[in-house]
Design a protein. Structure first.
Length: 656
């Protein structure tokens, strides 16, 4: 895991020191991503400069130093990530007519040799890993950018002060002279709807995120303009459609065997490192199956990490402890106080670099910090919900679609009004009272919050629009000071993939948007803030394709998702540790905003301040804040989005 940065000038220059100094400044801005080594490379005649920060994982020697040149000297690369199957690729290269003369054993050197042998497109097809890299071809004077298939590693690019620039984080681009910190109001509208900014947008006008599974070719044209051509080398939507069209036909037993075989290969590849390795363990299905697989493959107890909260409704540490004890891992459990968690809040704008408002960013950072005290690499269970239909909202979306088809709109609007009129705490108490007689699928934690959210969407007639409403905040209109024409990527997918069955469409929407732009971005920034590499076995691209071929009946059964994953986990831990209500990685945000965060939030939400900035409608924001304080509405998610934007604005400043 590393940090990369660089740029091409709009014209060549002989000012070598300036090129190097600016590349070094870009790399220094993201030093937390790579504390072990740094390097720069410049070619003044081509007007190009690369900067790199290294977190040493494979080949800790100087032979892994970057920027790295290919054996022929044609290519120069800066690279962030891991190619897990690099040993297999080396074996294939060694079997050719002219085996490479290896300098070390890094995956970076393997990548360059593969590109020289097969070309970039064929090499990308062979790479199994997470990565973002920039490759300069000295023969064609072309810059190539590429990002891994599922979007685990970030890559931003844009034009800055006459340069085409790129970097792992926006900090790197901001380090360049002439960076125009102009907020993209379309991106802001998307952010307020989703609490994250989806690719290809960024918060800054003129700066884009490279999409997952994409590559870009950049050439400088006569006159100093840049020709940027982006294309997909791997298309998740096409993979999903092919797999759905040719479903696996195995019965449950055979399907479990195939899933276990593929998972073991994926986990085994991700356990290769020259540094200490461990895993996050929440006690949920996804992290537990990853840890169980690691422990089967390991020769010693796997180091596992979890954090606990004093608030019992949010504390998963006891479940993780029981799973760890059964599997025999070397388990570290740290309980954090509200003060510990709140101490992270001032660092969020710098950590996430653009507005980002998934409040589980706080516990994700805390568990990463705990893990980094003992290991350099940690595996996680992210992706299981999206691949195996694990979110409660999938089941609720299907049920709501069926109910919507049966109930007239006036009845649904009346039910919504009744739900909104009750306080979340009252609804929580009612759900607890009726829990013994309710079906399992209707028993869920934080019922008041979820029923309030339900009230805002049940008026929708189109089931896909209804699901998109479940994914959106500020559903009754965005509190923007100026209207925006931004179209959510979710809405585009609603049209493109409307022929898919609703359940599979919901999972595809999440895998294309929420997973890379929220979940994976959250984990990357939180972990890299403490220089921790994270690896995600469930997102191996071969495993992803296989998961899409699994029939829905082997994902959803008896009103619950992740059927095959649950059954596989039950081979390794007692069923009572598996069959428990799902909890998210959450914090008691609603209460904190009314308590210890009230003063901080109130200052950021001050109507005069918001009016002066000119981005948001102060009256609408203030009304929502007052409703939340009064307890008539749980507006934690909408308010957290505004608060994270305002805190980011405070820390970074930006033009209109």
């Amino acid at each position: 895991m590393c940090g990369i940065a660089g740029y091409i000038l709009d014209s060549p220059t002989l000012d070598l020191p300036s090129l190097a100094a600016q590349a070094q400044a870009m790399a220094t801005a993201i030093a937390h991503r790579g504390p072990d080594d740094s390097g720069t490379w410049v070619d003044a005649t081509a007007g190009i400069a690369f900067g790199h920060r290294r977190l040493s994982i494979i080949d800790l020697s100087v032979e892994g130093h970057q920027p790295m040149h290919s054996a022929s000297g044609r290519y120069v690369i800066v690279y962030n990530g891991e190619i897990y199957n690099y040993a297999d690729i080396r074996g294939e290269l060694d079997g050719g007519d002219t085996p490479p003369r290896w300098r070390g054993h890094s995956d970076t050197e393997t990548m360059l040799a593969a590109i020289e042998r097969w070309g970039l497109e064929d090499a990308l097809a062979r790479f199994n890993g997470m990565f973002a890299f920039a490759l300069w071809d000295r023969d064609t004077r072309t810059l190539h950018l590429a990002r891994d298939r599922m979007g685990e590693k970030p890559l931003y690019y844009g034009t800055v002060g006459g340069r085409f620039a790129f970097g792992s984080e926006l900090k790197a681009l901001r380090a360049l002279p002439g960076f125009a910190a102009e907020i993209d109001r379309d991106a802001l509208a998307l952010y307020l709807r989703h609490n994250y900014i989806p690719a290809p947008w960024s918060i800054y006008r003129g700066v884009r995120k490279l999409a997952p599974g994409a590559r870009a070719e950049v050439r400088r044209l006569e006159g100093g303009a840049f020709d940027v051509r982006e294309s997909l080398y791997w298309d998740l939507r096409a993979v999903a459609r092919r797999s759905i069209a040719t479903p696996a036909t195995a019965d449950d037993v055979a399907a479990l065997g195939e899933l276990e075989r593929r998972l073991e290969r994926s986990v085994g590849l991700r356990m290769v490192a020259d540094v200490p390795i461990g895993a996050f363990l929440s006690g949920g299905v996804d992290s537990s199956i990853v840890v169980a697989t690691m422990q089967r493959l390991a020769s010693r107890p796997v180091k596992t990490f979890t954090i606990g909260f004093a608030e019992q409704a949010y504390d998963e540490a006891p479940f993780a402890k029981r799973v760890a004890a059964h599997l025999g891992t070397d388990h570290t459990e740290v309980y954090v106080s509200a003060a510990d968690a709140l101490g992270v809040v001032p660092n969020l704008p710098s950590m996430y670099d653009e507005p980002f408002a998934d409040s589980s960013q706080i516990p994700t950072f805390l568990v990463s910090r705990v893990a980094r005290s003992a290991v350099t690499v940690s595996l996680s269970g992210d992706g299981g919900d999206e691949l195996f239909s694990g979110y409660e909202r999938y089941g609720r979306g299907l049920e709501l679609a069926r109910a919507s088809a049966r109930a007239p709109s006036w009845m649904r609007r009346g039910a919504a009004s009744a739900l909104r009129s009750a306080k979340p705490a009252t609804l929580d108490a009612a759900m607890r009272a009726f829990a013994p007689v309710l079906p399992r699928r209707l028993r869920f934690a934080h019922a008041g919050e979820k029923l309030h959210k339900l009230a805002s969407v049940i008026g929708e007639d189109d089931p896909r629009a209804l699901y998109l409403s479940l994914l959106s905040y500020w559903r009754d209109g965005l509190p923007l000071a100026q209207p925006s024409q931004a179209q959510t990527p979710h809405d585009a997918m609603r049209r493109e993939d409307a022929d898919l069955p609703l359940a599979q469409w919901m999972m595809l929407v999440d895998q294309c948007t929420y997973l890379p732009d929220d979940i994976l971005a959250k984990v990357d920034r939180a972990a890299m803030a403490v220089s921790l590499e994270t690896r995600v076995p469930l997102l191996d691209h071969d495993l992803v394709a296989y998961a899409w071929s699994i029939p829905l009946a082997q994902k959803q059964r008896d009103g619950r998702g992740k059927f095959l994953l649950r059954e596989l986990l039950c081979r390794h831990v007692p069923r009572e540790l598996v069959e428990r209500p799902k909890r998210g990685f959450a914090i008691p945000l609603a209460d904190w905003l009314r308590g210890p965060l009230k003063e901080w939030a109130g200052a950021l939400l001050d109507p005069a301040r918001i009016a002066r900035e000119g981005f948001l409608d102060p009256a609408r924001v203030d009304a929502r804040w007052r409703e939340h304080l009064a307890g008539t509405r749980n507006a934690q998610d909408e308010l957290w989005g505004v608060l994270c934007f305002e805190a980011w604005l405070d820390a970074n400043g930006a033009g209109a």
